[in-house]
Design a protein around this ligand. Structure first.
Ligand code: ASP
Ligand code: MG
Length: 243
């Protein structure tokens, strides 16, 4: 099984979702497809929560997670329905019932043992070649939705890959891969085709925002390679991160 993660930019509009269909259609492997909210939906939902709470989010973390988590529930419904429409049969998985966390709303911590058990039994009851699920969001044992921290979908993909002993994770992005510098600010920026986990963690610690910093540890633990590839040019080599 492989894990594919599509970020907000890749699902921002209808053409983006069609492109996901093309990428998945080219893959024969069993897939766990992790999707973020469309475009800047999470920011918009955050704004909505602020408006509701009088612009002060303090003390409303639980409410925040109930509202903001709807972005991924929506985007994945659309992606799943579109794939079915194109003949790519898939199972829409509500990760808020599978990935169990504590109640540290907005920065929830995953209970990996319980999550593994839930994931295995879900996949036994719902066997599928392609699963479509949500990044960034999860749920408490008593059914409240939680979130894992902003931009946390990469981390979800890595955690699922770890639990599933996946062959690889691919982050499909709107950049060619991991670059040596920000190409918008530095014209000498070039693609880094190979990185180790350590090199990647160093780059992320220096503030590069290309991958969520919590993504590397679950992959390193199981030695799972991480590919960072451009969703507009799926054949391009992109970056591979492994030891
Ligand atoms: N949609 C969430 C966010 O924008 C998670 C993610 O994109 O990784 O923070
Ligand atoms: Mg995002």
């Amino acid at each position: 099984m492989r894990v594919f993660k599509f970020g907000g930019a890749s699902v921002r509009d209808a053409e983006g979702i069609r492109n996901i269909g093309r990428i998945i259609a080219q893959t024969d492997d069993r897939l766990m497809v992790v999707v973020s909210a469309m475009g800047k939906t999470t920011n918009a939902l955050e704004g909505l929560t602020r408006a509701l709470c009088g612009y002060d989010l303090t003390g409303f973390d639980m409410l925040y997670d109930q509202v903001v988590s709807t972005g991924e529930l929506q985007s994945t419904r659309i992606v799943s329905a579109y794939l079915n429409h194109c003949g790519i049969a898939n199972e829409w998985m509500d990760i808020t019932r599978i990935m169990v966390t504590d109640n540290a709303f907005r920065q929830a911590n995953v209970d990996t043992d319980l999550t593994l058990r839930q994931l295995k039994s879900y996949m036994r009851v719902h066997p599928a070649h392609v699963y479509v699920t949500q990044g960034f969001i999860a749920g408490t044992a008593d059914g409240m939705r939680t979130t894992l921290g902003r931009e946390g979908s990469d981390y979800t993909a890595a955690l699922l890959a770890n639990l599933l002993n996946a062959e690889s994770v691919t982050l499909w992005k709107d950049v060619p891969g991991v670059m040596s510098a920000d190409p918008l600010r530095d014209s000498s920026a070039h693609l880094l085709p190979h990185l180790t986990y350590d090199e990647t963690e160093r780059i992320l610690a220096q503030g590069a925002q290309i991958i969520h910093p919590k993504t590397i540890a679950p992959l390193r633990e199981k030695n799972i390679p991480l590919y960072v590839k451009p969703f507009l040019n799926p054949e391009a080599e992109g970056t591979v991160i492994k030891d």
